[in-house]
Design a protein around this ligand. Sequence first.
Ligand code: WTA
Length: 657
Amino acid sequence: MPVNDSILQEPEVFFPSEAMSAHATISGMGAYRALAAEAERDYEGFWARLARETLSWHKPFTQVLNEAKAPFYTWFEDGELNASYNCIDRHVEAGNGGRVAVIFEADDGTVTRVTYDDLLQRVCHFANALKKLDVKKGDRVVIYMPMSVEGVVAMQACARIGATHSVVFGGFSSKSLNERLVDVGATALVTCDEQMRGGKALPLKSIADEALAMGGCEAVKSVIVYRRTGGKVAWSEGRDLWMHEIVANEPDQCAPEWVGAEHPLFILYTSGSTGTPKGVQHCTGGYLLWAAQTMKWTFDWKPADVFWCTADIGWITGHSYIAYGPLALGATQVMFEGVPTYPDAGRFWDMIARHKVSLFYTAPTAIRSLIKLAETDMKVHPDSFDLSTLRVIGTVGEPINPAAWRWYYEHVGGSRCPVVDTWWQTETGGHMIAPMPGATPLVPGSCTLPLPGILAAVVDETGQDVPDGQGGILVVKRPWPSMLRTVWGDPQRFSKGYFPEELGGKLYLAGDGAVRDSETGYFTITGRIDDVLNVSGHRLGTMEIESALVANPLVAEAAVVGRTDETTGEVVVAFVVLKGARPEGEEAVKIANELRAWVGKEIGPIAKPKVIRFGENLPKTRSGKIMRRLLRSLAAGETITQDVSTLENPAILDQLG
Ligand code: WTA
């Protein structure tokens, strides 16, 4: 019998160095446990203390958690604050206006430094301009922008006047943008002429024009355009406005609009298990608290640090760890317009060295693709760069495999920097399960322990705790301040989807599977338990891709599943039945390419299926249900060992395999 070395081998454990612990905010497991115990002893008192210490309140709150309308929980409800004031003004008032807020590096390497003083001025100019365009408190503004200081300014300006922003990732198609503009009921759109990535200019304004022309979003009165490249754009007089022109004569001051803690700060669309993305709505107080607090705990942020999160502002990671968390603390951060492989695959390492980055946060998929390129070219290998300023390195978005973890630890972190593997979601607002650099012993592949105040657990289908060591469903047992408040326009989808009756209606269902180690209590995430894929750290709903495919006139039926991939985590595999005959040979290749381009147009290039297989039918049970488990096995190239006796049409497996 083969020896199962995963059982025989002790897992490798990496302890924080003494130097790391000595200076860390959370200096050891004792300090971690004390915080966790404080939260357990007095849950509301714990959160109230953090909220008072971390944020500046215009009107102090007297209420903490309100469970009266569960699962529509509220936090700090009678308190008033402004997110933009917390992220900018208070640092200026404290005498830190000269501190660099953002070191922006453009695609071509041009570096711009923006201080907190500059940021305040730019946000006030833009906030005043928005007000002139009649954007009011509670109005929704869609931001379809590249990685840019202007993108952050737009977000902060919305927050300043109490407008709710909804950022749409610049890689989404016109159709996706249109759906979001319609669903959120936007009255203004902020976009850009073109974005620069990897030396190429990509149009954004023309995609935005297409999106607006699709209709349903007539409420959009103003389209504000940031001029990035000066490339030619179509112009709609009376609707389109240049950002630099409308801010030109605005005053340097704009009084922040004080809002209740529960006021919606933003809506961010994400994929779920149905065909339409959901608008995850976050509030102001609880969200900002956790974005800031986790900066201190998970990254052990200190004023001297240079922080760099490589995520796009179009995703939650860019919201919490670029636009809000670092600014709320008055941090200095790097922001990057381009891609990690341009001009070559050493770009990240070169930037860390040049900007003296001390806290670095990226995705496993980026690490894995850079490992491949570094292995064959020492010039782009992290060992060829001076990365000695790094203190803590983090990952997010998908499970990191132990081999990539070790490479990251050794070659990027110099076997000196703790790797913080952070598990969280769009819905959670900030980190949930993650190590603390000065305290938590690390085990590659595990995101370790819940942060203090986060009551994560693993349960079965009925909501009962499963014994440690056994896999199950990841849940959070008590509401926490930065959780989503609702699904925009669909409160039912919120309560049913996240607090399902089957689990008793009180547990937050994350949608991931997990297992907790019986000795250490460490969590390992085993992947999604719903029909959501994770491709290069991007969340995609299989149903969304299926509806895009069946919208093509050639397609009769489609089923989409994921297949594990070494670099991207998962790839999209689509099984397609055409209305006409099943194509073969060159014809099949041609139609597959057409369908790939079609999905790119319908959703965005990130959703394009890597593999498309054609069949005369899909494997179904006699009652007509598609057998997805079988499709997953087929996609993985496994021999079918499952029971196929309930299959209506077993012959189909040969066609699809
Ligand atoms: C996955 C990104 C394993 C998970 C912040 C989750 C992870 C989904 C990790 C959320 C991690 C995120 N280890 N899996 N450290 N971080 N995930 O909403 O499946 O884009 O549910 O938020 O990514 O993706 P989202």
